[in-house]
Design a protein around this ligand. Sequence first.
Ligand code: SF4
Ligand code: SF4
Ligand code: FES
Length: 909
Amino acid sequence: MVTIYIEGKPYQVPEGRNLLEVCLSLGFDIPYFCWHPALGSAGACRQCAVKQFKDENDTRGHIVMACMTSVKEGISISIHDPEAKEFRAANIEWLMANHPHDCPVCDEGGECHLQDMTVMCGHVRRDYRFAKRTHRNQDLGPLIEHEMNRCISCYRCVRFYTDYAGGRDFSVFGAHEHLYFGRFEDGPFESEFSGNLVEICPTGVFTDKILHGHYTRKWDLQTAPSICVLCGAGCNIIPGERYGTLRRIRNRYHPSINGYFLCDRGRFGFEFVNSKRRVRQAVRRLHKDGPLETLLPDQAMEHLSSILSGPGKVIGIGSPRASLEANYALRTLVGAECFCNGIAAEQAGLLALILEILQNGPARSPSIRDMEQSDAVLVLGEDVTQVMPRAALALRQSVRQEPMQELDPLHIPLWQDAGVREAVQDEKGPFFIATPYDSRLDDVATLTYHAAPDDLARLGFAVAHFLDPKASSVEDLSKEERLLAEAIAEDLKAAKRPLVVSGVSQKSPALVRAAANVAFALCNEERKAGLAFLMPEANTMGVAMMGGMDLDVALEQVREGTTEQVFILENDLHQHMEPKKAEAFLTGEQVVVLDYLETETTRRADLLLPTTSFAECTGTLVNYEGRAQRFFQVFEPTGDMLPAHRWLARMVNMTGEDGSDAWGTLDAVMHALAAEIPDFASVLGILPGNDALKGTKVPRQSPRYSGRTSMHADRDVNVPKPPEDPDAPLSFSMEGFQGVPPPALIPRYWAPGWNSVQALNKFQQEIGGSLRGGDPGQRLLEPSALPKRAYFQGVPPAFRPKTEKWCVVPVYHMFGSEHLSMLTPGVAELAPRPCLALNPKDLENLGLAEGAAVLIDRKFSLPVKVLPSLPRGVAGFPVGPAGYLEGKYVTLHSAASEDKDQMGRETHE
Ligand code: SF4
Ligand code: SF4
Ligand code: FES
C-alpha cells in the first residue's frame, strides 16, 4: 500500500493500480469512457483528466489522464481543480459535437453513461450549430440494434469484441472523425458474446433488440437479483419486468463467476417466460387420451389428495432445471427411496463419479474467475463455448496469463491494455484442446487433437502417466500421441495454476476418470490443480448432490408394475430419454406433472399443475462448481401458477408443533434440506443476512417507477396493495430499504449521478473485486483435506472405426441445444439446422451427398453435413432439436429408399 493525496487528503491505496480505478474505489466521481475494469486502459477518450502535482511546492501541476497514471507513493492529485474541470467539459463538448439530440427516443436514455458523464462534466448547453456527421446503420440480426450516429469513438466495443472475446467479424473502419464501428457487412454477429456490446458501449449505438420489441423505460422495470437458468455456469443476472412480461436481462456482477459479461444465450434466451406455451391453469384428463378439464387450484388439490390416497407406490421424478427446494419438496413427498433425480442412467452415473472425485480427491472445482487466471489448460472432450459459454470467454483470457508473467521486468502494469498487448503480441500460454471436432476456442489453442471419446480418454490417461508414473500407463500409443501427451504434461507441470476441463457431454466415464487422473497428478504440497466439470443445466449439480435413483431405474420400477403414480417435476422426459422410454412413464400410471411450459410430457399428464418460471419465484440452484446461489422472484405470476415447491409443500402438508404451516416460507424448506442431507449442511450460508435491512425490505421498483395507478386503472383507480412475499426480503414496491443492500439482494445498479450499469463502481469494495459486504453464494464442494482417491485404472482400448456402426458424439450449439432459450424467436432464428455430421471420407464411402437424409438407428432422420475435423467412424449428432439419442454406437442408412417423416422425428418403431 502507498499513500496518495487527493484534494490534499491522504489515502492508503494499493501500489501499481491506475489512478482512475483507485479514485473510483475510494468513492470519488471521475468521468470516463474508454477505460473498462475488465478491458483495462486505452487512453483514447481523454475524459478522465485530473491535475497531478509533483510535491507540496508544485502549485501549477499538470493534467494527466487518471486511467493512464500509475499510483505511486506520495503523488498528489486534484479532481476538482478548475483547469481539470475545464478540460473535461471541453472534451465532452467535442465528443458530443456529432452526437444526435435524440435522448428522448434513444433506447439507452435514462440509463446512459454518456448522459451521466455529460451532466457530471457540466456540459449542459449545445453550442455546436453545424451539420452533424451521419452514418448508415447496419442490420445486425435479431438480437442487437445499431445506431452509429450516437458513437463517441471510445473504442470500447472493438476492444471487447475482437481483443477480449476473439470476434473476427467486427472492427473499426475509417480515420479521424469518420470512424465506423460495425461488421464487415450486414448480418448477425458471429461471437457468442456480442450482447455484451449493449452494456460495454457507453452510449446508445448497440442496444437490446428484444427489449426494443416491447420497450419500456429502464426505471419502469421491476427487477430482482437472479441466476441464469440456461446452463450450469450460474451466471448472475438482473431480469426486468413490466406489465407482467419479462423485458430484458442484464449482467449482475459476481467477481468469481460472470464478472462483467454474459453469453448471448443467457442474455437473450429468456422469452420462454412470456411464451404462449406457458401453463397457466391446472387441467386434468378424466381418462387417457380423453378431453381436458380446467380446474381451480382447490379442485386440483382435492384431485391430488384422491390420487395420493390411492394404493401403490408414488415415484417422484425431479429435475435438473428445478430449484433445490422444489426437488427437495418432491423428495419429501414421495420419500427418499422413491425419488428420482430426473437424469438418464448414462449421465447420472457420470455425475455420481464426478461428485466422488470432487469430494474425495485433491483437486478443486474452480470458479470461472479461477479458470481465467489459469496459466496452463487442458480441455478433455468438451466444446466449452457451446456447452457453458461463459467459461469459454474465461479460458480465452487464460492464454494471456503465462505471457503476462514475463511483463514484470518491462514494468508494464497489467491494466495498461495497449502496452500489454503490444508486449505480448500473439504469444499464448499453454492451452490444449482435445475434443471430437473443432471448437470455437481452437484459434487460441497451442495444440488441438480431434479424436473419438475413447482416444481422448487415452490421451488424458497418458498425460497423467507422464506427470506421475504411478498413474495408469497407456499401451499402444502412437508416436504422435506419445509426443503430444509428453508435451501437454511438460507444460502443465511447469504451470503455477494448471487447470483440467472436462464434463458429461461425451457420456464417457473413461474421459471423466482420465481428467481426474491428470488433475490428481498435478496436485502436490505447493499447488492444487483446478478440475472443472461442465454441467448442461442450471441445477444438474444440485440434483446430483441430492441423490436418488436415475430415470432408467425409475423406469424399471414402473415396468415392474409396483408403481401406481408418477409425479414429474419440471422435466420434459423427452429431453432426457428416448421417446419410447419416456412414453413408458406416461402410459398406464396416474401421471401428475408440475411444469410452467407445455412439453411432450405435459401433454400426456393426467393432472397438470401450473408452476412458475425462475422469474416468478424464488429458489436455489447449485452450479457446476458446487456453488449454491439464490434467485429471487421478479414479478407476480398470473393465472393459477404457484412455485413448484409451494404446490408440493401443500401436498406434504407439513405442520409445526403449534399446528402452523411449517413450510410456510422457502427458508423453512431450505432449513429442512440442510438438516436432512449432509451434503447441503452449509447451504444456509446463502441466506442473505437481513439485519442490515432493519426490518424493511429491498424495493424491486426504482424510486422513479411510474404508472402505479394508471397501469391498473382498468380495474381500480387506487394503487393496489403490493403483494406479500414470504420467500424473499424484497418488496414489490418503490418503498423500503434505501441504502446499499446486502450483495445477494442488489436488484439494480444505481447511485446518485450514475444511472447506467457503470454505477456498479459504487457497489464494489474495489474496482473489479468483491462486492461491499462479500460475494453472494456458498460453495458446497471443497476438495478433501486428506484425499482418499487413488488414481483411476481402466484405460480404454484405442478406438477403431467399425464397418456397420458409428461411434456417436453429441454436437452442441449454444443456440439450439438448450430448449428453453429456443422459445426466444431471435435465438431460434440463429440456431443452426439440425444435421448429422460426418467426416468427408465417410460421407463419400456411404455414397451420400451433403444435405442427403440419413436414418440414424432407424429412429431419426436428419440431413448429413460434412465436418472435416471429425475422425473417421464417428458421427456427430445434434443435441436438442432432433431428440434424445441414447447409446454409444448407431447404425446409419440412407433415407432415400425409406419412409420419411418430419425432420428429427421418429420414423420407425
Ligand atoms: S460504438 Fe459505442 S463503444 Fe464503440 S466506439 Fe462508439 S461509443 Fe464507443
Ligand atoms: S454461460 Fe450459461 S449461465 Fe452464463 S449467461 Fe450463458 S447460458 Fe447463462
Ligand atoms: S477513460 Fe481515461 S482516457 Fe478514456
